[in-house]
Design a protein around this ligand. Structure first.
Ligand code: HEC
Length: 424
């Protein structure tokens, strides 16, 4: 069997656009504040206790002003009533920091809410797994539904998709949030957490999956921004590289498979690089450094992917040069160099600098386009390095001066002695 590493993708945006706001709301309604203000994560309206109390008929217990306080700043209620929590058996409610107008809207929504007729006793989550690569429904796909109480995993439910790729989970409790997870060809797909909205007993969603490929033919580096700036003391230079990659195919790029490992994207880093940080739009710790390379292990879904790579280069000698390499053809390359005494310059033919300001800091910007894999050389000029490292070199300089003076004194003294002698 093929050995595969497990990978995580967030496909939550598919749900949030299609489910959480079923009807496009032109202006922000109380309902959308209730959903987007995250009240739904802890409260149901008329479906029972959840993390917080059921909010059906909550207007009978509180004035409109108090409901606004709950939504905006529960602490003020707690200090007013000298009681925290107010409801027995619940934790205190955290402040949701809603704006005043959002708090008013959600309070009115709670006051006016009437449960719809004919709502089921329990909820259903259903959907279709579609294979985007084959353009067909994915039949026989195992789908796992995980239920949560707050952050705590509660239960797993299992289903298999039918010939139309359709799966369904029914008899679901209202007072849980849910997440869907599945594996397709060794790649894991995870949805964002979902809850049943007030007045809804159904969640439907589409789950797109992709076949995998080890070929990188659809992978390209659209743009690379390099930001080069001296560290505080001037004893090192920080380099931040922002990559925008594109997978223009309809397959997940899972990279070359060696005995124990997979690697997808490769990044050259100078041997002397320290404090290497890597962050992928999905997972921050998914890269491994081996020698002068950093290997990303994450599969690459169709679409864009942003990667940020940072490291610092210690300045150990005067007039130092660094080579910053890129392993892919680059559409647009921009190098931003922070202008300081260090006198950092990009040395590459065709690279013309332009002065720009970013957040009140002066930068030199170099722009290059359509480059083959290669590198840019960054030179740090001599004098400024010496200046900024004066502390380090001062003892040596003083010692040198001391020796020179000593030698001069020796000769001068001797001469005087001789001349004194000859005076006789
Ligand atoms: C992290 C979970 C959580 C979130 C999110 C949350 N609440 Fe609460 N809420 C609670 C808990 C727990 C209580 C009970 C606290 C207490 O009794 O002191 C509560 C109590 C309330 C009450 C009083 C209920 C009663 O019967 O006394 C109202 C009203 C309320 N919340 C409204 C909201 C609104 C509106 C939002 C969204 C803006 C929201 N809550 C978001 C957990 C939450």
């Amino acid at each position: 069997m093929r050995k595969t590493t497990l990978h995580v993708f967030l496909i939550s945006f598919f749900f949030f656009s299609s489910i959480l706001l079923p009807s496009a709301v032109a202006q922000v309604s109380g309902e959308s504040v209730f959903v987007e203000g995250r009240c739904v994560r802890c409260h149901t309206i008329g479906k029972g206790r959840f993390v917080g109390p059921d909010l059906l008929g909550v207007g009978e217990r509180y004035s409109r002003d108090d409901l606004i306080k709950w939504a905006k700043d529960p602490e003020s209620l707690y200090s007013q009533r000298k009681k925290k929590p107010i409801n027995k058996g619940y934790p205190p409610m955290p402040s949701m920091n809603l704006s005043k107008s959002d708090a008013r809207k959600v309070a009115d929504y709670l006051l006016e809410y009437t449960p719809p007729q004919g709502l089921s006793e329990s909820g259903t989550i259903m959907g279709q797994v579609r294979n985007i690569t084959t353009q067909k429904p994915q039949e026989g796909q195992d789908v796992v539904l995980i239920s949560y109480m707050g952050d705590r995993k509660e239960e797993r439910h299992f289903a298999k998709s039918d010939s139309l790729g359709v799966f369904s989970f029914s008899s679901l409790r209202w007072d849980r949030s849910y997440e869907i997870m599945l594996f397709h060809q060794g790649v894991q797909y995870v949805s964002g957490k979902m809850v049943f909205l007030p007045g809804k007993d159904e969640i439907t969603l589409d789950l797109p999956v992709y076949d995998t490929t080890s070929s990188d033919e659809n992978i390209s580096l659209r743009s690379l921004n390099l930001i080069v700036y001296p560290d505080n003391g001037g004893s090192s230079v920080n380099v931040t590289s922002l990559y925008v990659f594109e997978n223009s195919g309809d397959t997940v790029f899972t990279g070359e498979q060696t005995d124990s490992d997979t690697t997808t994207l490769v990044f050259s880093i100078p041997e002397e690089a320290e404090n290497v940080t890597f962050s992928d739009s999905v997972n921050p710790e998914a890269a491994e450094r081996k020698g002068g390379k950093l290997y990303s292990k994450l599969p690459f879904l169709p679409g864009m992917k942003r990667v940020a790579l940072g490291y610092s280069l210690p300045l150990s000698q005067i007039g130092e040069k660094f080579s910053i390499s890129f392993d892919y053809e680059v559409g647009d390359l921009a190098v931003f160099v922070r202008e300081t005494e260090l006198g950092i310059r990009v040395e590459r033919s065709g690279a013309v600098a332009e002065e720009i300001m970013i957040h009140d800091e002066a930068f030199l910007k170099y722009v290059l386009s359509d480059l083959k894999p290669g590198s840019v050389t960054v030179g740090v000029s001599n004098i400024s390095f010496l200046k900024s490292n004066l502390g380090k070199y001062l003892p040596a300089i003083l010692f040198f001066l001391f020796v020179v003076v000593g030698v001069m004194y020796f000769f001068y003294g001797k001469n005087r002695f001789l001349s004194m002698n000859s005076d006789k």
